[in-house]
Design a protein around this ligand. Structure first.
Ligand SMILES: Nc1ncnc2c1ncn2[C@@H]1O[C@H](COP(=O)(O)OP(=O)(O)O)[C@@H](O)[C@H]1O
Ligand SMILES: N[C@@H](CCOP(=O)(O)O)C(=O)O
Length: 317
């Protein structure tokens, strides 16, 4: 359960009164999913909303970039939920001492075990997202890009071996190989950078929501495809799902296009993505406060994926 900041009913009622037409508070429940921010499902007597309070990894200075990106994508017809503006035109508020936004609620559920059909439509949705951001002027450097993984590995240090014996040396070696092979000449664009199944809402095989843009940044475009592959093509434990990875790539390729150079780079980009998520999960595993209402994610599920990509260099052929 990701609720780091408790919101009182009184503070929330007063907060909602800043907006025209959102109605009176009826209920607010902390949302179980997610690990980064505090999220509440808010019902009023007129509608349903998501209330997000931004926590540790979100720099408040980046919020205008994220919210402009949501508006840009929504304006181009993507199922992306914009933040709601108060009667003074402000989307970014302060609640219980945290930066906060009221976000449009989208219907749909996140699949936990994607089928090839789910993956094809989700891959196509990423392709449409990449098409829509082509004329988005905003920019934000990736604060969790390839140059940031070694400092993060060093900060985790030998505590990694408490998660699994030999884990520090394994990541150290894999990271050295990824750094040496990292491509520097592929197309760059704004990317989502975290389009896991839990950030895609679906009804049947249709995508009804793309959410959680709070790692979005400018980086290698095909890295977004690699991040999706690492998160969609395996079950939550890290066991590969038959036909899902290839369907994801086919959906993306049909909607946007994947060049031969991008496809050739996917093995190293996917191993990089494995290291990125292994390290942030490991950091959280070692440092999440005991009283935080959050279900930590398993770093070793990303070690299994890294092992799989090492053993299957043909995966993207
Ligand atoms: N706009 C939205 N519409 C519907 N549900 C949402 C929306 N935004 C977030 N959620 C729900 O809240 C959960 C956590 O949101 P998310 O943005 O992934 O959290 P975090 O920022 O912690 O990663 C999602 O898995 C989803 O269930
Ligand atoms: N997707 C990341 C963590 C951030 O994800 P979210 O669940 O808060 O959207 C991971 O799985 O490690």
């Amino acid at each position: 359960m990701a609720v780091y900041t408790q919101v009182s009913a009184e503070a929330l009622s007063a907060f909602l009164r800043r907006y025209d037409g959102v109605g009176e508070l009826v209920s607010a429940k902390g949302i179980a999913e997610g690990v980064e921010n505090s999220n509440y499902l808010v019902d009023t007597d007129t509608a349903r909303f998501i209330l997000t309070l931004y926590e540790r990894r979100v720099d408040a200075g980046d919020l205008p970039f994220f919210l402009d990106l949501l508006d840009h994508c929504a304006a181009r017809g993507l199922p992306v939920p914009p933040a709601i503006r108060d009667r003074d035109g402000q989307a970014i508020q302060t609640l219980e001492g945290r930066p906060a936004c009221l976000i449009r609620f989208l219907t749909g559920i996140s699949v936990t075990r994607p089928t090839p059909q789910h993956a094809a439509t989700a891959g196509a949705a990423l392709g449409r997202l990449h098409g829509a951001v082509a004329d988005f002027a905003g920019s934000r450097a990736n604060s969790l890009g390839v140059a940031d993984w070694r400092p993060l590995l060093d900060r985790c240090g030998r505590d990694l071996d408490g998660i699994a014996p030999g884990l520090f040396a394994r990541v150290d070696g894999a990271l050295a190989a990824v750094e040496a092979a990292w491509p520097h000449d592929l197309p760059v664009s704004v990317i989502h950078a975290d389009l896991f199944p839990d950030n895609v809402l679906m009804l049947g095989d249709a995508v009804t929501g793309l959410i959680d843009f709070y790692f979005a940044c400018r980086d290698i475009r095909a890295y977004d495809v690699a991040v999706m592959h690492t998160s969609w093509a395996f079950d939550p434990l890290g066991v590969p799902l038959e036909g899902v990875g290839s369907a994801l790539l086919a959906g993306y390729d049909a909607a946007f296009g994947l060049s031969a150079a991008e496809r050739a780079a996917l093995p190293v980009l996917a191993k990089g993505a494995c290291i990125r998520f292994l390290l942030t999960r490991a950091w959280d595993w070692l440092n999440t406060p005991a009283d935080a209402l959050v279900t930590r994610k398993d770093p070793l599920a990303y070690l299994r994926r890294l092992d799989w990509y090492d053993a299957h260099p043909e995966a993207f052929a």
